[in-house]
Design a protein around this ligand. Structure first.
Ligand SMILES: Nc1nc2c(c(=O)[nH]1)N[C@H]1C(S)=C(S)[C@@H](COP(=O)(O)O)O[C@H]1N2
Ligand SMILES: [Mo]
Length: 430
């Protein structure tokens, strides 16, 4: 008798029990009889919630009190208020959207309290007509919205320390989040201001005490840059730059200037401290890589991940995220045997350019120790490097703490989780 496609899907396609992604496409039919969980036979008692009416209506929603354990991991720089970062708990999330209240934060001098009725945006410098916009005026321009990720270039820098840091997936990679950003295309406003031929760069300046300043090349400004006013359908959170932020899809987090107050057209980059000293990669030979914009192809497994325990051998769904500042994710390969063999994961639709992409992989865990990892490729053909490849290119790990990790920014190497015979998950280097 010939095997059905579904039965075929239950046969391993790579070492240590990885199964074909087709298993998910078959609607799970093949898994009947090989259950992920044991369903109880007796019906549950009538729950208390059915015996009396629930609480009343609420004007602004809150999550369930039972979910309070899911929160950002906050790391403020000692001796400062609000300078530092907080990380998205990626291991607790599914899909591709980051709830606004869990979007990672990175502030150089805290979160300013800005009244939108007072705030103004100035466009000046090498333009025909300098313009000042109130927030109300800005909101009257045509808008676009896109689901796109934002990532700090210091994200995942823990992979470049000598010992594998024992962090959760969010602790390692949680300076990345993904939202539906809506706002006014920058190109529309530049057209109105009239860019002079010598205007090749824009200085973007924030209205915070850090006066975050970055130079943006004109090509990006005219391509897909927006002045973001909305995040996941509502006005930006204060932490994300309320009332207006520059959003440069795929570009390193730092350039996405929050609390934007000024765009000055210039003929050259201004070499602000935030781009001349910070946010450069200092190489072992003393040279610094500067103006290093797109966030490179990256992926990692969020479930299972460190801090979790696999309760027993059996069927599991490996789940993770992939993204690239260069466009769409083309494919994600997963290995369960430390990189010896690989099989392609299922990509959850929609697979959007410069957005988080959710991948999933069925796995029959035998109960033996295993090392799981993912390797993404983007539509431009960029493949996520191994850690050894990154070290070859950048030099040996410097062991610098995460907060001063600028020389180790743009770390996008493959990240491995080890699973021991008891099912405990840890971060391992292979
Ligand atoms: N004005 C201003 N803009 C800023 C920053 C800042 O400190 N001030 N931090 C930058 C950095 S380093 C990053 S990674 C992103 C973080 O954006 P988020 O806090 O919305 O996640 O904002 C960038 N824009
Ligand atoms: Mo950043």
């Amino acid at each position: 008798m010939t095997k059905s496609r579904e039965q075929g899907a239950l046969e391993p396609v790579a070492g240590n029990g990885l199964l074909h992604r087709r298993l998910f496409l078959a609607g799970g039919a093949a898994l009947a009889g090989t259950t992920f969980l044991t369903a109880k036979a007796a019906p549950p008692d009538l729950p208390e919630s059915m015996k009396a009416p629930g609480v009343g209506l609420r004007a602004y929603g809150e999550r369930s009190a039972h979910e309070a354990a899911v929160h950002r991991a906050v790391g403020a720089t000692p001796g400062t208020t609000g300078t530092g970062s907080s990380r998205t708990p990626l291991e607790s999330l599914e899909g591709i959207i980051t709830p606004s209240s869990l979007h990672f934060e990175r502030h150089h001098s805290g979160v300013p309290d800005i009244d939108p009725a007072q705030h103004q945006l100035l466009i000046h410098g090498l333009v025909e007509r300098p313009l000042i916009f109130s927030m109300d005026a800005l909101a009257r321009y045509p808008m676009v919205s896109h689901i796109q990720f934002l990532e700090c270039s210091g994200n995942s820098a823990g992979n470049n320390t000598a010992e594998a840091p024992q962090q959760t997936a969010g602790g390692m990679h949680g300076l990345a989040s993904c939202s539906d950003w809506a706002g006014v295309p920058l190109s529309v406003l530049l057209q109105e201001a009239g860019v002079k031929p010598e205007g090749k760069w824009l200085l973007a300046e924030g209205a915070d005490a850090a006066a975050m300043s970055r130079s943006v090349p004109m090509a990006k400004a005219l391509d897909d840059a927006i002045l973001a006013l909305y995040q996941n359908g509502e006005r930006l959170r204060p932490e994300q730059g309320y009332p207006v932020r520059l959003f440069l899809p795929g570009y390193e987090g730092n350039m996405n200037v929050k609390w934007l107050r000024r765009l000055k057209l210039t003929d050259a980059p201004v070499m602000a401290i935030n781009e001349s000293r910070q946010y450069t990669l200092l190489m072992d030979d003393g040279k610094a890589w500067r103006f290093y914009y797109p966030q490179e192809i990256k992926s990692f497994i969020t479930r299972p991940s460190p801090g979790m325990k696999m309760p027993s051998p059996g069927y599991y769904q490996i789940s993770g995220i992939a993204y690239s500042g260069h466009g769409r994710v083309a494919k994600v390969d997963v290995s369960a045997d430390g990189g010896k063999s690989w099989a392609q994961a299922a990509l959850q639709a929609p697979v959007l350019p410069k957005a988080l992409t959710r991948f999933r992989m069925p796995w029959a865990w035998s109960g033996q120790p295993a090392v799981i990892m993912s390797r993404a490729t983007d539509e431009a053909g960029n493949v996520q490097p191994t850690r050894a490849q990154l070290i070859k290119e950048r030099g040996e790990p410097r062991g610098t703490p995460l907060v001063t990790a600028f020389p180790m920014g743009h770390v996008n190497c493959i990240c491995s989780w080890g699973i021991d015979a008891q099912g405990a998950v840890s971060h391992v280097y292979v």
